[in-house]
Structure formats: C-alpha cells, structure tokens
Design a protein around this ligand. Structure first.
Ligand SMILES: [Zn+2]
Length: 285
C-alpha cells in the first residue's frame, strides 16, 4: 500500500493466557519493560488501567477461508512523502523490528477509513502493540505477541509483533492492513451494538460481517488510490489463503467460500452491504 502522508492520521473465543503487566502506550514502547504491551497510537499518554483478567470474548482475525477478490484497478495517486520506504510503498520496507512503525502506518489507514465513512465513529479505545515476549492484561485474557484480535470488553485492538510480522511477510503489507481492518470491523460492530455472539453459528456470522467490513475498507482504500496493483491484490489473495489454511474442523470463522463472499460484499457494496448480516443493528445507516 502507498505511504500516507498527512493523515487524519481477535476474534471468536477468548484468547487464553495469563495476564501480567499493564499495558503502555507506544510512546513508552522503547522504555517499557518486557512483558508489557504498548500503545501503537500516538495521541494518548496515560498507561491503560489494569483490568482484571476475567474472561470475555475476543475476536481474532486469524483463521478463515476466503478466496480472492478483485476490484477495478484505480490509478494510484500516491502521496509523495515517504516514511523511509522506497517508492513510497509500505511493501518490502519494514523488518521484524520495524513492526511497530508499520502498525502505526496501518492504523492511519483504518482510522481514515472510519473518519471517511462515518460522521461520528469513534476510534477504538486503544490500539495495543505487543512486542515479542510481551503479554498484556485485560478482560479478554492475556493477548501476547501472537495477538491479532479485538476485545469488545475494553474496545481495544491487540496486535502482536510476531503475528504482524507473519502477516506482513507472508501476505504483504495490504494483507496485514486488511487483517487490521477486520479487527476494526469488530470495533464497528461493537459501536453499532451488534449483539455479541452466543452460539457458534452466530459467531461465524459475526466474523463474516467483520470480513465484509474489511472488504468495505478495501473499497475505500481503492477509492483513495492507496492500493498498488497488482501487488495488493496478490496480498489479499495471500491473506485469504493464509487464514483459510488456519481453518480447522472446529471452525469459528467462515469457510473459504463464506469469507470470500463476505469480503466481496464489502468490496462491491461498501459498508451498507454489510448490514444484512444483522439487520436489526446496521453498521451504517
Ligand atoms: Zn474476527
């Protein structure tokens, strides 16, 4: 995806694990001790309050099956200021140690998506980044460096360095960003008061809607000229293949066909196309 310049700047089932230290913001990331999480956004500076690690549902991106999704190529009007990335592209620009910086770039995309799609959609309360070896405490258990999830109980997104690197390396920059958009989709569901699932079937429907919202993000990104062709389409295919292969017999996400269909709904029709999953609680009016 193209570098942005001037910007407006977990899924299904709890994530187990034991809680440990409280989490800190990204500003503190360089000084935070191991086993602490850090905030990936810049505009807050108060350490998050420690929360009792009672179980709650969190929503994890990883795992699903979807096929490929093709959008009409748009000519790319790329912002001109790089973030140290060659060709103003986030692809092949970051290393494992640079995942926090990449995360900050990814957050800019999804924040712009929300700001551009809604008049009053708040950002998630927190975007946490969990460096290698860190475990955060929270109401959804103890997200760690393998997290790629959203916790509705505290409206927070948790991305771990190891998972982020895995997605970035294996599915490319757009795959990793669209994975984040799926988690932000859960935040949008929560804000829209889409009921939390209480059955497996509801959970899958919930996840499919988050995929649809991720598809709406792709549509938005395409409209903004952020996508790089054909690289980002390949990334999306790789993402879908990857999450598809994570699917098991006790699936809590859509099948490959379901996820593909869900994401295509969002790509073709935007956020409104995601309303029919839960018509009583539309994600956009
Ligand atoms: Zn999910």
């Amino acid at each position: 995806m193209a570098v942005l310049v001037a910007l407006a700047s977990g899924c299904g089932g709890g994530s187990g694990g034991s809680a440990s230290a409280p989490a800190y913001h990204a500003d503190d990331a360089t000084t935070a001790s191991d086993r602490t999480g850090s905030h990936a956004d810049d505009d807050e500076d108060t350490p998050a309050p420690r929360t009792t690690p009672t179980r709650a549902t969190s929503t994890r991106t990883t795992s699903t099956k979807t096929a490929s999704t093709r959008t009409t190529p748009a000519r790319t009007t790329r912002p001109s200021t790089p973030a140290g990335c060659p060709n103003n592209s986030l692809e092949h620009c970051f290393t494992y140690s640079g995942m926090e910086a990449f995360y900050k770039e990814a957050i800019k995309f999804v924040d712009q998506f929300m700001a551009g799609s809604y008049k009053n959609m708040p950002r998630p309360a927190h975007y946490y980044y969990l460096r290698h070896g860190m475990t955060a405490s929270g109401p959804c258990g103890g997200p760690d460096d393998t997290a790629y999830e959203y916790c509705p109980a505290n409206d927070s997104v948790y991305l771990g360095q190891d998972s982020l690197w895995e997605f970035y390396r294996e599915t490319g920059d757009a795959g990793a960003v669209v994975g984040l958009a799926h988690e932000v989709g859960h935040h949008i569901q929560t804000t829209a008061r889409v009921p939390l699932p209480s059955t497996a079937a509801q959970g899958i429907r919930h996840e499919n809607q988050a995929d649809c919202i991720a598809g709406a993000f792709v549509r938005f990104a395409d409209g903004k000229g952020w996508l790089e062709y054909p690289d980002d389409l390949n990334d999306l295919d790789a993402l879908l293949r990857k999450i598809a292969s994570a699917e098991g017999p006790d699936r809590d996400h859509g099948t490959l066909a379901e996820r593909t269909r869900s994401m295509r709904l969002g790509i073709n029709g935007g956020l409104k196309a995601c309303n029919p999953f839960f018509p009583a609680t539309p994600v956009i009016s």
